[in-house]
Write a protein that binds this ligand. Structure first.
Ligand SMILES: CC(C)(COP(=O)(O)OP(=O)(O)OC[C@H]1O[C@@H](n2cnc3c(N)ncnc32)[C@H](O)[C@@H]1OP(=O)(O)O)[C@@H](O)C(=O)NCCC(=O)NCCS
Length: 174
């Protein structure tokens, strides 16, 4: 499955993406934005992560790539896919050099449209650090609204951080 809007493509992961994805998995600052820690991933661990995210039921992962070159820029993932209640949990990460060029906004629009029309989902939710203004802005532009606050919820970069809960009713995004 390949989805495309302007300069941004969503597609399944390829073997040639592994070195790039290993760099993201080992990027301490990026993983801290993703509410987790870099774990010293080697190629085998990255492959296992990709298998877990794509082969297990209730999960999906797509690579965000540059349309013109197909070069990988990051990834989007959905977890806790609940077919009964037709909802899931969303995550997104772009390499530093790919941020701030609209890829995140286009990737979210593509993914939400796909989840609504092809997967029949009606709602997505996510967690984001309260100090991650770039991500919050991007999510709001994609149709997410704040629906809760988990105070002092994660210990990242030496401090306890609040986490904002956001949700998006897919019917409302058109
Ligand atoms: C969050 C992320 C996916 C957004 O993708 P992106 O391609 O960088 O974002 P876009 O360029 O589509 O849009 C970002 C928006 O935030 C705005 N923005 C950028 N820096 C900002 C800041 N410091 N404060 C507030 N807004 C900011 C941009 O102006 C833009 O808004 P606009 O479209 O109204 O002009 C990407 O930056 C990323 O992967 N960050 C690191 C990982 C991460 O934080 N993931 C989310 C974890 S929950």
């Amino acid at each position: 499955m390949t989805l495309e809007r302007g300069a941004t493509r969503l597609r399944p992961w390829l073997d040639t993406d592994i070195p790039f994805l290993m760099r993201l998995r080992n990027d301490v600052a990026l993983q801290a934005q993703l509410l987790t820690q870099a774990r010293g991933s080697n190629e085998a661990k990255v492959r296992q992560w990709l298998r877990d995210r794509t082969a297990l039921p209730g999960r999906m992962l797509l690579v965000i790539a540059e349309s013109a070159t197909d070069a990988p820029l990051g990834f989007v993932q959905v977890s806790d896919l609940d077919p009964l209640n037709r909802r899931g949990e969303l995550g997104i990460g772009l390499a530093h050099e790919a941020q701030g060029h609209g890829h995140g906004g286009r990737a979210l629009a593509l993914l939400l449209e796909h989840l609504r029309t092809t997967r029949g989902l009606r709602k997505m939710s996510l967690q984001v650090r309260h100090d991650n203004q770039q991500a919050i802005r991007c999510y709001e532009r994609a149709g997410f609204v704040r629906c809760g606050l988990l105070r002092s919820h994660v210990h990242i970069e030496g401090a306890w951080r609040d986490v904002i809960l956001m949700e998006c009713l897919l019917e409302a995004t058109g």
